[in-house]
Design a protein around this ligand. Structure first.
Ligand code: HEM
Length: 70
């Protein structure tokens, strides 16, 4: 069976977006307004979306480990 590449793509995107958010957030006002607007403010929506997809893809694991344990 061919391996599912989706988790690798989502997880890599999530890592890169997280690094981008921290770096642009720390540089903050040193960046131009437009750069900050796209690189931090709008990129935040991509990060939130990638995080939501990541949680959804791993939901069975989360349920089993956090909600069905004794
Ligand atoms: C180490 C991580 C981060 C740092 C250092 C950081 C830093 C900053 C700074 C300095 C601002 C500008 C505030 C201002 O003067 O208006 C800002 C705005 C913002 N940050 Fe971050 N941030 C970080 C992580 C995040 C994350 C994880 C998200 C969301 C996923 C996020 C979303 C936003 C948004 C939406 C704004 C715009 C807020 C507004 O315009 O009212 N940031 N951040």
């Amino acid at each position: 069976m061919p391996k599912n590449k989706t988790p690798k793509i989502v997880n890599t995107a999530l890592l890169l977006l997280l690094i981008n958010q921290v770096v642009t957030g720390m540089l903050g006002m040193k960046l131009s307004t437009t750069f900050f607007e796209w690189g931090h403010r709008r990129a935040a929506w991509l990060l939130i979306t990638a995080a939501a997809v990541h949680l959804a893809m791993n939901w069975n694991w989360i349920k089993a480990n956090y909600f069905e344990g004794k």
